[in-house]
Design a protein around this ligand. Structure first.
Ligand SMILES: Nc1ncnc2c1ncn2[C@@H]1O[C@H](COP(=O)(O)OP(=O)(O)OP(=O)(O)O)[C@@H](O)[C@H]1O
Ligand SMILES: [Mg+2]
Length: 324
């Protein structure tokens, strides 16, 4: 890899893309903060999205929007960003929050002492918004009693701290709210980070827009050749499922080839190779959306890259199935 390639990648990955579901979620969270600032009312929001749809990036954008500040007498943390630990026990979540709040000994004390410290420090640091990313980890713990207990703890903490709280996770997080009615009642506002129904634009067209918003940042021009825009839109949607991370991976794969092969433009043949190298090694021939003999269907069957996350058998559920 050479310096020019590094620079091309830096330029390409440096900006937040303002695609509609991302902007809608950002604006809604912003509204929660403003509502809280002006009235003290804490509303909460659930944001779901498949892997690579931009949930963690959304959290980072909010942290940048309301940055931390170190005042002489205290730290101010307007946005408390907490990735749920994979164990997702009450103690581990409390510890993760304490660490982010600057507690010098997050693992010290009983669970209730840690919880009390979280609430106290959140107030002391003037937290105005809590973002719990990877909320599906609570649900992935499997057993309903554990899910219920963590959910219940979360609910009490939210009532205690009383600031807007956003839960972000894979679509299966909705199941967590299904088992806990009190938590469900607090997360009536919900958004899905996915291209939705738009009367003026198909999902494929929205995906094409995301792609074309990125092409000006490429080091060489994109040339679609004789392909029509609507066909390209279909192929792009099939190749990326409309998820920002896959659109970017595809183009990062293309940039790699530009430098390796000293190309003057990015064509469909380049995207075909990039799909195989950067998205799905088995994606060749009829399974490659940029190949002439592509099957023209979604790649969402078992073992394909866009199999819905709810259908992927997780190790814990496999164990339960065996135990049953
Ligand atoms: N608005 C955006 N602008 C630019 N790049 C983005 C944006 N949203 C997401 N991305 C890119 O997509 C990649 C995946 O995004 P992100 O990690 O936020 O997805 P996620 O929904 O949190 O996925 P997971 O469920 O796997 O954690 C990021 O590395 C980032 O480069
Ligand atoms: Mg994430």
């Amino acid at each position: 890899m050479n310096v020019a390639e590094f620079e091309a990648l830096r330029v390409f990955t440096s900006e937040y893309l303002q695609f509609p579901p991302f902007v809608a979620a950002f604006n809604e969270i912003e509204r929660l903060v403003q509502l809280y600032r002006q009235t003290g009312i804490a509303q909460h929001l659930l944001v779901t999205g498949e892997s690579g749809s931009g949930k963690t990036t959304l959290c980072k954008a909010m942290v940048e929007r309301y940055p931390h500040a170190s005042l002489p007498e205290r730290d101010v943390i307007p946005v408390l960003f907490v990735p749920m630990p994979s164990t997702a026990t009450i103690a581990s979540v409390a510890e993760a929050m304490l660490a982010r709040l600057g507690d010098p000994a997050p693992t010290t004390g009983t669970t209730s002492a840690k919880t009390a410290r979280v609430a106290r420090l959140a107030r002391a640091c003037a937290v105005e918004l809590i973002l719990f990313d990877e909320a599906n980890h609570i649900q992935d713990r499997g057993q309903l009693p554990t899910q219920y207990m963590v959910g219940d703890w979360l609910k009490s903490l939210m009532d205690d701290v009383q600031v807007p709280t956003v839960l972000l996770g894979l679509p299966r997080v909705e199941n967590l709210l299904r088992v806990n009615e009190q938590l469900r009642r607090r997360f009536m506002l919900r958004l899905h980070l996915e291209f939705g129904k738009d009367p003026d634009h198909t999902i494929e067209t929205q995906c094409l827009r995301l792609f074309t918003s990125l092409t000006p940042s490429l080091p060489v021009p994109f040339n679609k050749g004789g392909t029509t825009w609507s066909e390209l839109a279909y192929r792009l949607h099939a190749a990326t499922d409309g998820r920002v991370s896959y659109v970017k991976s595809l183009l990062i794969g293309a940039i790699r080839q530009v430098f390796e092969q000293d190309l003057q433009e990015i064509t469909l043949a380049v995207l075909e190779a990039a799909f195989t190298s950067a998205i799905w090694p088995q994606g060749v021939g009829a399974l490659n959306p940029f190949c002439a003999n592509f099957d023209f269907r979604r790649l969402d069957r078992a073992g394909e890259p866009f199999q819905p996350s709810d259908e992927v058998v997780r190790p814990s559920s496999r164990r339960r199935a065996h135990a049953a």
